[in-house]
Design a protein around this ligand. Structure first.
Ligand code: HEM
Ligand code: HEM
Length: 182
């Protein structure tokens, strides 16, 4: 069956709104912005939370417990169609390093350019590669640390774990702050 964004909107505005906003633009920086994210990626993450294996988060485990696969498809369709809010880049002193990591990587440590998979403007690439632009730095830092520690492990081949393991704390902080305004 085809996804129904109107049904997804109802769920978002009743259940998810407090943390992710009525249109997927969250208010608190620990809660990810979901507006404009690729629907296939969102669906995959919702399943991962519900199964509580590859991605573990007590809050999102609870939130997905009662969602059916149709609910998850509908919610993902609705959120993907919302307009992401434009945010200002944070921490000016980290922007230059963040941009370098994003566009070039770090040849000295074999860190690849994020842009290769997440797109030159941070928009990601459907369906596998999520949009990173306009995301809260605090959330992005949490995810990169989770990949590094092996606590988040849901991409085949563990691509993001291998990448995060090559990053220093400073590089993680810099690229995450750069991405806010991208
Ligand atoms: C993460 C959807 C309700 C807090 C996520 C992600 C999705 C999602 C798709 C992953 C985003 C990504 O990978 O970029 C939803 C939906 C909800 C809902 C559809 C309603 C049915 C809530 C509520 C809260 C919340 C009510 C707060 C009480 C969080 C947090 C994360 C998250 C803290 C990050 C988890 C982590 O670090 O892995 N949510 N959410 N969500 N959500 Fe929700
Ligand atoms: C997911 C950051 C490079 C492939 C993610 C996420 C972040 C991230 C924060 C999670 C997004 C979210 O939760 O909303 C970065 C950074 C990079 C980088 C900072 C550069 C240092 C790459 C490269 C590839 C890649 C080069 C491809 C070879 C992926 C994939 C996912 C992902 C497939 C989805 C994982 C899943 O389904 O859970 N990345 N990335 N990334 N990234 Fe990257």
């Amino acid at each position: 069956t085809k996804a129904d964004p109107a049904k997804g909107q109802q769920i978002v505005q009743q259940v998810c709104v407090a943390c992710h906003g009525a249109d997927g633009n969250s208010s608190a920086p620990i809660n990810p912005n979901l507006a404009g994210q690729h629907p296939e990626y969102l669906f995959k993450q919702l399943k991962a939370f519900k199964e509580n294996k590859l991605r573990k988060n007590p809050t999102m485990f609870g939130m997905t417990a009662t969602l059916t696969e149709d609910d998850m498809r509908n919610v993902s369709a609705y959120l993907s169609q919302q307009k992401p809010k434009v945010l200002e880049g944070s921490k000016p002193d980290l922007q230059e390093l963040g941009k370098k990591i994003y566009k070039v990587g770090n040849p000295a440590t074999g860190l690849p350019a994020c842009a290769a998979c997440h797109g030159p403007k941070g928009g990601g690439m459907p369906a596998q590669f999520p949009r990173l632009g306009g995301q809260h730095a605090e959330y992005t830092i949490t995810q990169l640390n989770a990949f590094r520690k092996g606590e988040r492990a849901n991409d085949p081949g563990e691509t993001m774990r291998q990448i995060a393991l090559k990053m220093t704390d400073k590089e993680i902080e810099a690229v995450s702050n750069y991405l806010v305004g991208l």
